[in-house]
Write a protein that binds this ligand. Structure first.
Ligand SMILES: Nc1ncnc2c1ncn2[C@@H]1O[C@H](COP(=O)(O)OP(=O)(O)OP(=O)(O)O)[C@@H](O)[C@H]1O
Ligand SMILES: [Mg+2]
Length: 323
């Protein structure tokens, strides 16, 4: 049996709906993340896919402890970090790191790269100058750059080089888990493959575990061992990469896949979910009801349970996808 490094149980996060801020109306809440559970094994890359606004970043930020969930458990390396006090959380500081979509906004434009990296080391109590330089020397080559980049300002680097520095920043704290959130979306197509390959080789070399977030199924397929498909705050299907690609069951996953196969034509999934829909989703209705081509009366009467298709393949559909 594989050992999991991270297990998320029944995660819930709601926000105030932006459409109901009038003083005459009672603020409505919508579930950005609704009863989400999954595991990531040690050394595994799990891809998290779903269209814009479905809650991927919210899940990533909760796991990294950048925002707090309303409820649920996050078991990381045997500890429930969702329930730890601030003081106890210090022991896991830096063990989970997040890399974001836009490397420009993650780097202080006023500081040279060398100073940005040294300040990051200082913040984790590595204060000795020689130690700092040794660590930076070690990692700068790992991310495919040379020391000459250290004396540059962020604006003197290309998008890909900036993202390499962001990856380096994430590695400085010696993490065992990385949340990579749309890390190539802001980059030129030609640079995307280089950054993905860098992440893959670092993951293997450092035995990192990773939650790899993207709205692009081809990229998630290339990077991941397993795929989780989200729709409007819920996991609708999950399974091994090949299984999802060749034998997906949920109508939404099929839609995602067909849009990839039709030469990246997103027309079939252009209608984005919105918060009003998410509010409705609090009722006993399947989250995909409005857009499902196979909906039946029961789909608007009862929320589907998670159906286990096999060991590693689950789906949230009343018909187990056999429609
Ligand atoms: N701080 C916040 N306050 C209110 N609503 C928020 C907040 N953060 C996110 N949301 C809303 O929660 C929902 C999920 O957002 P999230 O950023 O997790 O989606 P996403 O799947 O990462 O989307 P994208 O692919 O566009 O990055 C969206 O409707 C978003 O508008
Ligand atoms: Mg996002």
């Amino acid at each position: 049996m594989n050992e999991y490094i991270l297990r998320v149980e029944n995660l819930q996060k709601s926000y105030d709906s932006t459409n109901s801020h009038s003083i005459f109306k009672k603020k409505k809440k919508f579930n950005a993340v609704n009863d989400i559970s999954f595991e990531v094994n040690r050394g595994e890359i799990v891809g998290l896919i779903g269209e814009s606004g479905c809650g991927k970043t919210t899940v990533g930020k909760i796991v990294t402890n950048l925002i707090e969930a309303d409820s649920g458990n996050i078991i990381f390396e045997g500890k429930n970090i969702a329930k730890l006090s601030k003081k106890d959380l210090k022991s896991t500081k830096g063990k989970i790191q997040m890399i974001f979509q836009d490397p420009s906004s993650a780097l202080n434009p006023q500081m040279k790269i060398n100073r940005i990296l040294k300040e990051a080391l200082f913040s984790i109590n590595i204060t000795n100058k020689e130690d700092q330089e040794n660590i930076i020397d070690k990692y700068i080559t790992k991310v495919g750059l040379t020391k000459s980049y250290l004396s540059r300002y962020p604006h003197e680097l290309s998008g890909g080089q900036k993202q390499r520095i962001c990856i380096l920043l994430a590695l400085l704290t010696n993490p065992s888990f990385i949340v990579a959130d749309e890390v190539v979306s802001a980059l030129d197509l030609s640079v995307q493959a280089q950054i993905l390959n860098l992440l893959k080789s670092l993951q293997e070399e450092l035995n990192l575990s990773m939650l790899f977030i993207s709205h692009n199924l081809s990229i998630v397929y290339y990077m991941s061992n397993r795929i989780i498909v989200m729709y409007m705050g819920e996991i609708v299907e999950s399974g091994d990469c090949e299984e999802i690609y060749n034998n997906c069951k949920h109508p939404y996953t099929k839609l995602l896949l067909s849009s990839v196969l039709s030469l990246e034509d997103d027309s079939s999934i252009e209608e984005e979910p919105n918060e009003e829909n998410n509010i409705k989703e609090n009722n006993n209705v399947c989250v995909f009801f409005d857009r499902c081509p196979h909906k039946m009366p029961i789909c608007s009467e009862k929320k589907p349970e998670n159906i286990v298709i096999n060991d590693r393949h689950t789906i949230k559909c009343h018909f187990g996808g056999e429609i």
